[in-house]
Design a protein around this ligand. Structure first.
Ligand SMILES: NC(=O)c1ccc[n+]([C@@H]2O[C@H](COP(=O)([O-])OP(=O)(O)OC[C@H]3O[C@@H](n4cnc5c(N)ncnc54)[C@H](OP(=O)(O)O)[C@@H]3O)[C@@H](O)[C@H]2O)c1
Length: 288
């Protein structure tokens, strides 16, 4: 089914984290529909069942034991993974000054350390078989920072660096690493977009926070179709080579990424702040 460099595999095995919702769910369904042997993990999967996202197994990517148990059970189902897709992620919205350290750590533990744990569980098997494809879920926020998504932005920037380093290390073993950078998609799962617990209406950031996060929510509600992203990833896996990065976003979001690369940092910051109405007078930032 999948033509890797040196061998053709009849039954390509895919492990996917965060497959109970949003892009992970859409991606798992797309792989399953295309005939791959899929093992899907998420905290809300309580038992091993054969579903439209493949076999579901409980998985908490922040817990070493849970990751190890997932890997053991997934290995016993289909053997070593050929493709690892790491979608599990959370977002805590808030100003840095008012995040609790627990919130910052929770985001990092899920979005960055969670992907590292999963890679460590799958990599020895991929290396032994001499091939594998690792798909790390970054974001547009892995390329540029957006206020009030600071913890998330930091975690996704970590994924970008992790992906580059991992790719260099594992390429000699026939393993390809790709960072996926989605723009806004309609995931419909507000429960994963928590507001920082300490943020109050009396906060000096509150008005700017409300405006910026209102625009973020609007953009996500009117974002791209998760199923199309899933289908695109399946198609990419049928290609001989993977790019190091793929940005799957609307034209204006890809333009923003391009401008971020080209423009002086302060100029880009000003444009972004205008878009998000982040520096209106009442935000307490009269002059910049
Ligand atoms: N949607 C977008 O517009 C967008 C844009 C850019 C990047 N992304 C990235 O794409 C990925 C998916 O985002 P999404 O918005 O589509 O998904 P989502 O609907 O927010 O769902 C998040 C998924 O992560 C799982 N998850 C959360 N914490 C977990 C943990 N500790 N262990 C295991 N699974 C965990 C959840 O399942 P359980 O609660 O069942 O564990 C759920 O399946 C994320 O990495 C996100 O950062 C999304």
């Amino acid at each position: 089914m999948l033509a890797f460099n040196h061998c053709a595999i009849d039954r390509t095995v895919v492990w996917i984290s965060g497959a109970s919702s949003g892009l992970g769910l859409a991606t798992a369904k797309a792989f399953r529909k295309a005939g791959y042997a899929v093992v899907s993990g998420a905290r809300s999967f309580t038992e091993c069942a054969d579903t439209d996202v493949g076999y579901t197994l409980p998985l908490d990517v922040t817990d070493d034991n849970s990751v190890s148990a997932f890997a053991q059970r997934a290995l016993s189902l289909y053997g070593a993974p050929h493709i690892l897709v790491l979608c599990a992620g959370i977002l805590v919205l808030g100003p840095f000054e008012e995040y609790t350290m627990d919130e910052v750590k929770r985001v990092m533990d899920t979005n960055y350390f969670g992907q590292v744990r999963m890679v460590q569980a799958a990599l020895p098997h991929m290396r032994k078989q001499g091939f594998g494809r690792i798909v790390l879920f970054s974001s547009i926020n892995g390329l540029l920072g957006i206020g009030f998504q600071g913890a998330y932005t930091a975690s996704k920037h970590a994924i970008e660096g992790f992906g580059e380093a991992l790719s260099m290390e594992t390429r000699p073993f026939g393993i390809e690493v790709m960072c996926v950078e989605p723009g806004d998609h309609r995931s419909g799962s507000r429960k994963y977009r928590a507001k920082g617990g300490a943020l109050r209406e009396t906060s000096p950031y509150y008005r700017a926070f409300s405006r910026v996060t209102g625009i973020i929510a609007h953009d996500e509600e009117h974002g791209s179709d998760p199923d199309r992203l899933g289908q695109r990833l399946v198609k990419m896996m049928q290609k001989k080579r993977l790019p190091l990065r793929v940005c799957i976003a609307s034209a204006d979001q890809r333009l923003a990424v391009w401008l971020h690369r080209l423009l002086p940092g302060r100029l880009f910051e000003r444009i972004l702040a205008m878009y998000y109405k982040a520096w209106k007078k009442d935000s307490g930032n009269k002059k910049r």
